[in-house]
Design a protein around this ligand. Structure first.
Ligand code: HAM
Length: 425
């Protein structure tokens, strides 16, 4: 066929999820819902865009996300809006706006959907990507820190993702972080001329950001920088130990990494990432941590909180070893009506079988018997029902078992029973 117009390509850094992959997406999303429900999490659905302030205030003015990666636009009313680069900020906004802290107690929420960051696209890094996240409000008990990490690892185990480990750190609290920040500031200041332009400009406002810088020289410099573990207060240290203990008891592969710094500013105490050996440079499948002051920052009551988000694209790339065939559900029956009257009758037959829960497909248009049977074959259906003019008068069709090749003439009323006798392999 000659094309009439020029093809329009999708935007760089975004991708289509085609039917050949969408089953894996559904498997991931459904498994996450099931596992999270076992832990009594409830789903929340939040808008895809928010007032820009929501993200600026929480993620932090000096982070890469806010400085250079947000899709921010002015809407027709002159208001600055932003496509969400992550979910936590919106969830906190929703938690406060909807008074979810009433009645007081622990609130466990999960969400999934697209996020947007104008990062340089590369393998495993997209500009529209998808996250599944979970957030817990209302307790600073280290047991919940451990529980969310266990829940996340349960999901990976259920999905049979190999080679994952948890990198764990505690970033301290408003009590102990200032001393660490000062030490880091002094360290960086002495080496300022060797740091990248970005880190140089951030030193005064937020020296911690240098720990997360991707520039190779900065990475090398901060290798020898002071680490938070030398500064943590007793209360943070005890909290951290109590997060680790249940993880060790359950044999979750945890490595304490005092250098782990997250790319968002709102964290305090627990911070973690789940990394994979199989992912190359973008090896972080999930990340999360505690953000005990964020609810207050959004005008809510003092409410400790913790959560994580995983990247669906990265997780799916780790499922690639899994068999697509295994996930695909093929039709139970494929109808081949040979005439127009047979085609009309097919509606009723197909409708009834679908109402019993069978997957039914059919041919459309007219073609030779041979080409119709080819279509039936390609559909990978268990059975094909061929309806010719003579049979139609008798209320029967030819039912062909596609794996054995065996054919029988059967009344339309008996088809459901036959399908039922031999469930799909
Ligand atoms: P994050 O580490 O920025 O954390 O993102 C979490 C996960 O999203 C990453 O581990 C990665 O799998 C995926 N991801 C991030 N950026 C991209 C990208 N450009 N392309 C593909 N995948 C990406 C957060 O977003 C926090 N909100 C997590 C959290 C929840 N902390 C507390 N609660």
């Amino acid at each position: 066929m000659k094309a009439k117009g020029a093809m329009i390509q999708s935007v760089r850094g975004v991708k289509d999820v085609l039917p050949s992959e969408s089953l894996k997406w559904r498997l991931v999303e459904e498994t996450a819902s099931e596992i999270f429900t076992l832990y009594n999490f409830k789903e929340i659905r939040i808008p895809t865009f928010e007032k820009t302030e929501v993200f600026k205030r929480s993620i932090g003015e000096t982070t890469d996300i806010v400085e250079k990666e947000m899709y921010t636009f002015t809407d027709r009313g002159g208001e600055s809006l932003t496509l969400r680069p992550e979910g936590t900020a919106s969830i906190v906004r929703a938690y406060v706006e909807n008074g979810l802290y009433n009645p007081p107690g622990v609130t466990k929420l999960f969400y999934m959907g697209p996020m947007f960051r104008a990062e340089r696209p590369q393998a495993g890094r997209f500009r529209q990507f998808h996250q599944i996240g979970a957030e817990v409000f209302g307790t600073d008990d280290p047991a919940i820190d451990a529980e969310v990490i266990i829940m996340l690892m349960d999901l990976f185990t259920e999905l049979r993702v190999p080679g994952l480990k948890v990198l764990l750190n505690s970033l301290g609290c408003p009590e102990c972080r200032p001393a660490f920040r000062d030490a880091l500031y002094t360290f960086l200041k002495e080496r300022a001329s060797d740091l990248c332009k970005n880190c140089q400009s951030r030193i005064e406002r937020n020296p911690l950001r240098a720990l997360d810088c991707k520039s190779p020289t900065c990475k090398e410099i901060v290798e020898n920088a002071p680490t938070i573990d030398e500064y943590r207060c007793d209360s943070c240290e005890t909290h951290f130990n109590n997060v680790r203990k249940p993880l060790i008891d359950l044999e979750i592969p945890v490595t304490v990494d005092p250098k782990l710094m997250r790319g968002l500013d709102y964290y305090s105490r627990t911070a973690f990432e789940v990394v994979s050996e199989g992912l190359g440079a973008q090896n972080s499948v999930a990340g999360g941590g505690r953000y005990d002051s964020l609810v207050e920052q959004f005008g809510g009551p003092k409410t400790p909180a913790i959560g994580f988000a995983l990247g669906i694209e990265r997780l799916i790339s780790l499922l690639n070893g899994q068999d697509e065939e295994e996930l695909t559900e093929y039709p139970d029956i494929f109808i081949v009506p040979m005439t127009e009257t047979a085609s009309l009758r097919s509606f009723e037959i197909a409708h009834r079988l679908r109402s019993y829960g069978y997957q039914v497909d059919r041919t459309f248009g007219t073609a030779s018997m041979k080409s119709m049977m080819k279509k039936a074959d390609r559909s990978k259906a268990r059975y094909t029902l061929i309806i010719g003019e003579d049979e139609l008068k008798k209320g029967t069709g030819t039912l062909r078992n596609m794996s054995s090749g065996e054919q029988i003439e059967t009344s339309f009323d008996d088809i459901a029973d036959i399908l039922d006798e031999e469930p799909h392999p």
